[in-house]
Design a protein around this ligand. Structure first.
Ligand SMILES: NC(=O)c1ccc[n+]([C@@H]2O[C@H](COP(=O)([O-])OP(=O)(O)OC[C@H]3O[C@@H](n4cnc5c(N)ncnc54)[C@H](O)[C@@H]3O)[C@@H](O)[C@H]2O)c1
Length: 253
């Protein structure tokens, strides 16, 4: 398609078909961004993109696995044939890996690192050239309080997940230095957020979790979306390379 949109700024949200990603997309749309959702779940993607479009938001979606370098570059190129530039990237796609050192397979370790950490690299590499040409850009990487805690309880090991999420923080700080001043790169570390990913586990252990949260409730995708939309806006120019914890005061760093 050659007729480029001359309209709003564009935000790409990976893992945007549901959960926190969709919460971020909705929050960004209220700030006037056009939305591009990336996900591997075709049906959820279609449903969420249609719902956003029906509410008047210019929305596009692509079925794509963030862990695949070539596919990511191809999708980004496709987006840039439709829009002048990509203004905001939210690296949110993620998958759980509740296995300990002695249970996890090599393939599961690789997959965890590839989706969470390499996915952030793949998408940053794909969008940063257009941000540099444009002279501005915002990248928000979704990490986790597990990056600090290693996993909230001892019951479930999350060492591969925690390693990937901690890697995202290192990448965030380093890219903030490399890409400033025109591009800001920050991270958000959610606590226990009720989504499809966590619903079963959080339901079963709701009391245990909410007792440790000073706000006495689980978080919502909207709680994360609000912070991401703030970081994605052009105003917070002096916030760069930071990790903002959004967990109702569950984990104090
Ligand atoms: N829910 C929580 O309590 C919580 C806490 C801390 C961090 N996080 C992080 O927030 C992010 C979103 O989690 P969520 O709770 O909304 O989960 P979710 O499962 O509801 O959503 C994740 C989305 O990412 C997509 N995805 C997974 N692998 C992908 C891939 N390879 N390529 C493209 N898309 C892919 C999934 O299909 C899904 O739509 C994840 O990175 C997760 O690690 C979640």
């Amino acid at each position: 398609m050659n007729n480029k949109s001359q309209g709003n700024s564009v935000a790409v949200v990976t893992g945007g078909a549901r959960g926190i990603g969709l919460g971020c997309a909705k929050a960004l749309s209220t700030k006037g961004f056009d939305i591009v959702l990336i996900d591997v779940l075709e049906e959820d993607l279609e449903r969420s993109a249609s719902a956003l479009s029906a509410s008047g938001v210019h929305t596009e979606s692509f079925v794509a696995d963030v862990s695949l370098f070539d596919r990511t570059q191809e999708v980004a190129k496709n987006i840039l044939t439709r829009y002048e530039s990509i203004n905001v990237l939210v690296n949110n796609a993620g998958t759980p890996m509740p296995k300990g050192l002695l249970e996890i397979s090599e393939a599961e370790w690789d997959r965890t690192i590839n989706v969470h950490l390499k996915g952030c690299f793949n998408w940053a590499r794909a969008v940063v050239p257009s941000m540099l040409r444009n002279g501005s850009g915002r990248i928000v990487n979704i990490s986790s309080i597990s990056a600090y805690s290693g996993g909230v309880t001892r019951a479930v090991s999350k060492f591969a997940y925690a390693a990937a999420k901690a890697g995202i923080l290192g990448m965030t700080r380093s890219l903030a230095k490399e890409l400033g001043p025109s591009i800001a790169v920050n991270a958000v570390c959610p606590g226990a957020i009720k989504t499809e990913l966590t619903a079963k586990m959080l339901e079963a252990r709701a009391t245990e979790f909410t007792e440790g949260i000073s706000l006495q409730r689980l978080g919502t995708p909207e709680d994360i979306g609000e912070v991401v939309a703030f970081l994605a806006s052009v105003e917070p120019n002096y916030i760069n390379g930071q990790a903002i914890t959004v967990d109702g005061c569950q984990w104090i760093t």
